[in-house]
Design a protein around this ligand. Structure first.
Ligand SMILES: C[S@@+](CC[C@H](N)C(=O)[O-])C[C@H]1O[C@@H](n2cnc3c(N)ncnc32)[C@H](O)[C@@H]1O
Length: 245
């Protein structure tokens, strides 16, 4: 059963805690990429505060979202344009939105918030069930950092500034990494931890096949830089095969 780690405090401070996500140089290419797929309608799984959905909606796309955290959903609704987006509170592995869409998308590593393979497979099947034939499922995800870990080392530090210290602790036997953050904000220390099932592109391709979808494109980022052995992330697009269930 999915569990939300995004409480009211995180929802209210999301933009302060992860300012890099709100850089126009990050949001612009993501929205351009999704809009270039030409959708009239789109569904975001794990819509959060609407970081991507709101600007996509402003491009004339009818956007729906699924969000587990009522606090994140409330934050999205409170933003300018928030009421133009229909947000369904639920688990994107199982929630049913009574429409089919041209594009379903799941960004910012959010597939890894599902901590079992079964749940991730269900999310792919649920994405396919919400796509018209020929529609696209887009996932942005990071490449697991295991190549950085020498034998016996399980911890990878990925932020180390006076205001923000963060690391992932890998449990390779179970394909789980727990992210730990510690922020100092206005003299207060806040912590946040969330478990993730890290996953390689090849396993996601298999999940897509199980759900009746085929890989159409894979890039290292929204700007369509080529995906290579050194890429630290990927943006993958699978297409729902005509005739898939
Ligand atoms: C890293 S945030 C990304 C939010 C937004 N997509 C963005 O790019 O800013 C992950 C979001 O997914 C939501 N989430 C995590 N697991 C979920 C699930 N199983 N079903 C629905 N939402 C989920 C969290 O509550 C959170 O709002």
């Amino acid at each position: 059963m999915a569990e939300t780690h995004f409480d009211e405090w995180i929802a209210a401070h999301y933009e302060t805690l992860w300012p890099e996500l709100f850089d126009p140089a990050v949001i612009g290419p993501a929205v351009d990429f999704l809009a270039a797929l030409g959708p009239s309608t789109a569904l975001e799984m794990g819509i959060g505060t609407g970081r991507i959905a709101l600007p996509l909606s402003r491009r004339g796309v009818t956007v729906h979202g699924i969000e587990l955290s009522p606090a994140m959903a409330a934050e999205a609704r409170s933003r300018p344009g928030g009421h133009d987006i229909a947000i369904h509170v639920g688990d994107f592995a199982t929630a049913v939105v009574p429409h089919v869409f041209d594009v379903v998308y799941l960004v910012r590593n959010t597939i890894t918030n599902l901590t079992t393979q079964d749940e991730q497979v269900r999310a792919f099947r649920n994405a396919a069930a919400h796509l018209r034939a020929g529609g696209c499922f887009v996932v942005e995800n990071y490449i697991p950092e295991l190549r950085r870990l020498p034998p016996g080392v399980t911890t990878h530090v990925f932020a180390d500034t006076p205001d923000h210290f963060a690391y992932e602790r890998y449990d390779v036997a179970n394909q789980i990494a727990v992210s730990h953050h510690r922020w100092t904000i206005d003299g207060d220390v806040r912590t946040f931890a969330s478990p993730h099932r890290y996953v390689w592109p090849s396993e996601l391709d298999l999940m897509a096949r199980l759900a009746g979808m085929r890989l159409r494109e894979r890039w290292a980022g929204w700007d369509r830089t080529p995906f290579t052995a050194d890429s630290r992330s990927h943006v993958s697009v699978w297409e729902r095969s005509p005739g898939a269930e």
